[in-house]
Design a protein. Structure first.
Length: 483
């Protein structure tokens, strides 16, 4: 098979090259013209530091408060919970690593993964890991935003009956999808002011929470032995599910110039996810030491001035809209990458329709907190191995991707492999998912988790298995294209 790796570009790695003027095709006031197609060099613009606000705005959100508070509800001490929060959020480093493939290829993650799975294999990958899981996360976050909006409606004197709840969900979804439809430039324009507004709001929350926190908090019956390790492992998985869900981080870096320093792309993505993610999750845990965080809105309002209640709810809604707009954007690209011939803007709307239906079910027919915990932990069975295969390919390939070659979907093309499937990627993913499923302990308990007394090792087991298998297979019979 001929090599698909482009020659190194002159000037690669220089940080001070002046970026070209922003092209008309990527303006905030226009619906983004590009979908999963390649972004040519003359349309690339921006600097890696812009990625910070993209990820920061998406991580100051209601779901982070919920997961942080859940750690205390699971029986951890405060300091154990904070250690879990820091550990889980370190997985943003992997999200940052994946994002460097965007500038290298000028393509979204949904297309770059053709290098791992082949053209046809990648369609299946995008249908499940890309589209289905993105829609599930969209629904979870939309439900989180809606619960805050319901409380806001109640404050205005309107009873949040079923009809009102449906209307609120539709309004929040419409605001979210508007950003996703306009696309990349709108995200880049809006997310810095959103980050600043949310930072100000959560600074007030932090003051109120710190004033009341019981820093010596220990549950009435502290966990010990196997029970403690089981909860610690489940907690790390719960927190890590946020960064692991962004196996599509190249979607937001693909417009950067090819010469954008990889270290800066990784660093700004990591900081944008880690700092607010750890901070907001920690606020949830701190608050849970003194109030009941099974209802985070009501709990937090006990710690804050009365006048700030509506502003807190607005901030929670705004933060969740920010994270969901990214999810909707990527889900739209995934739907295109599955092979459905549809404009990106319309694919985003299709994703939103599916997510709204799931949201209404989650809010009206099930327990929200249990749903969040179970779904986030279970998705790691798929997301961990998928991320490991992607990250391993970047390392083995030295992040040298040929964007135009990735667009070739014809038999005999550089990424057709065997009948459209790269056996190395398919087997590595399947192996990682299988091992992860044997180790999981959430909606069901796998045999390995049962043998370990309930300790859930699905995340590390899936990551390591998929990475090792992919490395072995690409260096053996089915060799991925490398330099």
């Amino acid at each position: 098979m001929a090599s698909t790796i482009p020659d190194p570009q002159p000037g690669t790695g220089t940080a001070r090259e002046t970026p070209p003027p922003q092209p008309p095709s990527d303006r905030a006031g226009r619906v983004e013209a590009h979908g999963i197609d390649h972004i040519p060099d003359h349309e690339r613009h921006g600097r890696p530091r812009q990625l910070f606000s993209v990820w920061a705005a998406a991580n100051v959100n209601y779901l982070s408060l919920v997961t942080g508070g859940a750690l205390i509800l699971m029986g951890l001490t405060l300091w154990q919970a904070l250690a879990v929060i820091v550990t889980g959020n370190l997985f943003w480093l992997l999200t940052g690593l994946l994002s460097i493939s965007g500038p290298a290829a000028g393509a979204p993650s949904e297309v770059i993964t053709r290098a791992m799975y082949g053209v046809r294999g990648n369609r299946v990958n995008n249908a499940v890991v890309g589209w289905l899981i993105s829609v599930c996360y969209f629904a979870l976050n939309l439900a989180a935003a809606a619960t805050a909006a319901f409380a806001l409606v109640e404050m205005a004197g309107i009873t949040a009956n079923t009809g009102v709840k449906v209307a609120v969900v539709m309004v929040v979804a419409a605001l979210t999808l508007a950003i996703g439809v306009y696309g990349h430039a709108m995200i880049m324009k809006l997310y810095l002011p959103i980050t600043l507004a949310l930072t100000a709001a959560f600074a007030v929350v932090a003051v109120g929470v710190f004033r009341h926190t019981d820093f010596s908090y220990v549950p009435a019956e502290p966990l010990t032995g196997t029970d403690l390790w089981a909860v610690l492992a489940a907690g790390v998985t719960l927190i890590a599910s946020a960064p692991l869900s962004y196996t599509t981080s190249a979607d937001f870096s693909r417009y950067l110039p090819r010469t954008a320093p990889a270290r800066s792309v990784v660093g700004w993505t990591f900081l944008g996810g880690f700092l607010p993610g750890a901070a907001v999750c920690s606020l949830g845990a701190l608050a849970a030491t003194v109030v009941d965080m099974t209802d985070p809105q009501a709990g937090l309002r006990q710690l804050l001035p009365d006048w700030f209640g509506p502003l807190l709810l607005l901030a929670l809604v705004l933060g969740t809209i920010a994270i969901n707009a990214l999810t909707a954007y990527s889900a739209g690209l995934a739907l295109q990458a599955v092979g459905i011939r549809i404009r990106r803007s319309l694919s985003v709307l299709a994703d939103g329709t599916a997510a709204v239906a799931l949201t209404l079910y989650g809010l009206l027919a099930s327990d929200f907190l249990d749903t969040v915990s179970n779904v986030l932990q279970l998705t790691v069975v798929l997301l961990g191995p998928a991320l490991a295969v992607y990250a391993t390919d970047i390392v083995l390939r030295r992040n040298r991707y040929d964007g135009p070659a990735l667009m070739d979907e014809t038999p005999g093309g550089p990424f057709w492999y065997t009948a459209g499937v790269n056996p190395a990627g398919a087997l590595a993913l399947a192996g990682g998912v299988t091992v992860s499923a044997l180790c999981v302990n959430t909606l069901y308990t796998g045999p390995i988790a049962r043998a370990l007394g309930g300790v859930d090792l699905a995340l590390p087991a899936g990551l390591v298995t998929a990475a090792l298998l992919y490395t072995l297979l690409t260096r053996g019979k089915w060799r991925a294209p490398t330099a």
